[in-house]
Design a protein around this ligand. Structure first.
Ligand code: 0T9
Length: 384
């Protein structure tokens, strides 16, 4: 692969071989340094990824302003579509290719905020790594003044096929809207399938495939994803069909999720457009007077990140090993004393009643999924 630094070619080839002969938890494999994730100032662990759901806070807030079921369903779809560019192409844009995120420790935390601006209200973010084996990340994003709350969890099942990594996303999110007129509306949001291509060349990138759904508020929305060589021949293509549950009259939206789209049926005009810059979350420390505690992601991985950023891979890998050993010891001590690490913000639930009620409306499989119920215990630094 040409994108691989000469000195790391051997280790990239053996890394690819280990992916090919591996099934399950890819995040635990050790990758050569050039493919590790580090941004200007901080390490990037998977606990930071839920922030992608709100990097256009005004589109999230706009969901609350809709006054009809149709307008609200369109606002939810527009917000969702506008997050995909950040979720799936932003590492390529900022770091040249998809990168391997840090594998979060059990109990790792991330808190953040998008401040109020132009009356959109403040939006808060809280993330907790609720499982290490397999990795599961639970999150909440709430705009209290607008009556909007997104609660979800995210995990992955990976396999290797035809030179690409196939990632099946596990988990879902539920968006709860409390309209000003009263009542409560809930939307189930499911997640697309990913392919990681370009591995051989050392410049991995993501393409989305199959379907994801948004269901609730009187509508079902089926979003179909295609890449190069499918219906338009273009990368990152989608077609979303929004259907009212109790009447007829579909609205169809088509375009590229990393650029823009338009309404092609049941209306007209442009739909989403993500050419304007997005707004990254501001990290907020939650312990002693707003200081970051030892389990808060940017503090935990501080020196790993510094090493990667400064090209000092030796100290990055030593520091990473130190953290991993510390976590291993913690698990051993817990086993010895018959305790387990307590979740701080969530309670696991074997099946999600909201998922079950809404998944049937769009024939989503599986029919049931577990969930992590937020305990409504925001740290004071986010509630002042
Ligand atoms: C939820 C997102 C998810 C997390 C990442 C597959 C992946 C871990 C999960 C699905 C977010 O909402 C959206 C975006 C990117 C996904 C990551 C891309 C990726 O490569 C990693 C996996 C675990 C790897 O690191 C594979 C090895 C690596 C060398 C390829 C770059």
């Amino acid at each position: 692969g040409e994108a691989v630094p000469v000195a790391q070619r051997g280790s990239w080839t053996s890394f690819l071989k280990s992916i090919a002969s591996f099934s399950g938890d890819l995040s635990s494999l050790t990758a050569p340094p050039f493919i590790l994730s580090a941004r200007a100032n901080f390490p990037v662990s998977l606990t930071e990824f839920p922030a992608y759901w709100c990097e256009r806070p005004e589109l999230f807030a706009a969901i609350a302003d809709a006054t009809t079921e149709e307008a609200r369903a369109l606002a939810v779809l527009k917000w969702f579509m506008s997050t995909l560019k950040g979720q799936y192409t932003s590492r390529n844009e900022s770091m040249g290719s998809e990168k391997k995120p840090l594998n979060p420790a059990l109990g790792e935390l991330f808190y953040g905020v998008w401040p109020d601006k132009n009356g959109r209200g403040q939006t808060d973010l809280l993330v907790e790594q609720v499982s290490h084996h397999p990795p599961i990340t639970a999150y909440v994003i709430e705009n209290r003044s607008k009556g909007l709350k997104l609660v979800g969890h995210s995990a992955q099942k990976t396999s290797f096929s035809g030179g690409s990594i196939i990632v099946k996303q596990i988990g879902h999110a539920v968006l709860t809207v409390k309209p000003a007129a009263g009542g409560e509306v809930q939307y189930l949001v499911t997640l697309p399938r990913l392919r990681i291509d370009g591995l051989w060349y050392g410049s991995p990138y993501i393409e989305l495939s199959d379907h994801s759904y948004i269901v609730g508020g009187g509508y079902t929305c089926n979003i179909e994803y295609k890449g190069k060589g499918y219906f338009s021949g273009k990368a990152h293509t989608f077609k979303a069909t929004l259907s009212p549950v109790h009447s007829s009259g579909d609205i169809v939206v088509e375009g590229t999720w990393h650029q823009n789209s338009k309404i092609t049926h049941g209306g007209s005009g442009s739909f989403h457009d993500v050419s304007a810059p997005k707004e990254e979350v501001t990290a907020v420390g939650a312990e002693a007077g707003g200081e970051m505690g030892g389990m808060e992601t940017r503090k935990l991985w501080q020196f790993v990140s510094k090493g990667i950023r400064e090209g000092d891979f030796d100290s990055a890998s030593k520091e990473k090993t130190r953290i991993e050993n510390e976590m291993r010891q913690r698990r051993k001590d817990e086993a010895a004393s018959g305790t387990t690490w307590p979740m701080k913000h969530f309670k696991p639930l074997g099946s999600d009643p909201v998922y079950e009620k809404l998944a049937v409306l769009a024939d989503i499989t599986p029919e049931t999924e577990d969930t992590y119920v937020f305990q409504d215990n925001w740290p004071a630094t986010l509630r002042s």
